[in-house]
Design a protein around this ligand. Structure first.
Ligand code: MG
Length: 212
């Protein structure tokens, strides 16, 4: 079995929906938290826990924002269909929050995609999020890596698709890496093997080559 493990923000969609929501509706404090992540002081999971706690919005506001702003990277629906018809196990694994990822996938008629992400709950004090690893245990760190290792433990070969710093540790243990943006920069500068992509037509071509 081959699993395609794919990031969401800046990968399936061309922007970062989570940061866009924070930018539009959270207090500016979220930027200070983002700096702690950039300098490596806190994990991506802790970053999102603190940032989404600053977001006081309704479900409707989130969905409206998603429908107005989220844009798929070209070729994604066709690619997803290709995975289904060729028997590739396609799984979205994201450090983002289901409250905005689900409506994004749903609006694009992609409700069949498997999703593993933060689970968000709207409370009076912002959005409270939690990550569950593949064994149902609360996950404080390396969420994407925990899913990658799970797929590998099931005997799957894993093709990893992503764009950013939070993808690095999982991508390093994947069988194949298809990267863009800062994930690509990292693999290039470390002289590691990877394929680059700009859209999902590129991704499909790479996978067709891998599978020959
Ligand atoms: Mg990303």
């Amino acid at each position: 079995m081959i699993t395609v493990q794919c990031d969401f923000d800046d990968t399936i969609v061309t922007g970062n929906v989570g940061k866009s929501l924070l930018n539009a509706f959270a207090s500016a404090k979220w930027r200070a938290i983002e700096n702690l992540y950039s300098t490596g002081e806190i994990t991506v999971e802790e970053t999102n826990r603190r940032e989404f706690a600053l977001l006081n919005v309704t479900k409707q506001t989130i969905e409206d924002h998603v429908f107005e702003t989220a844009e798929l990277r070209p070729g994604f629906p066709e690619f997803l269909e290709h995975c289904t018809s060729t028997g590739l196990n396609f799984s979205v694994v994201s450090n983002g929050v289901d409250l905005y990822i689900e409506p994004a996938l749903r609006s694009l008629f992609l409700s069949t995609a498997q999703l593993h992400s933060a689970h968000g709950k709207i409370t009076e004090n912002g959005i409270s999020i939690s990550y569950l690893d593949p064994y149902g245990i609360d996950c404080q760190d390396a969420f994407k890596l925990s899913w990658l290792r799970y797929f590998k433990s099931q005997g799957h070969e894993v093709i990893y698709i992503g764009d950013g710093k939070s993808d690095i540790s999982a991508a390093l243990e994947a069988d194949y890496v298809i990267a863009t943006s800062s994930l690509e920069d990292y693999f290039r500068s470390e002289r590691l093997n990877y394929f680059e992509f700009k859209n999902f037509y590129d991704v499909r071509q790479v996978i067709d080559r891998i599978l020959i």
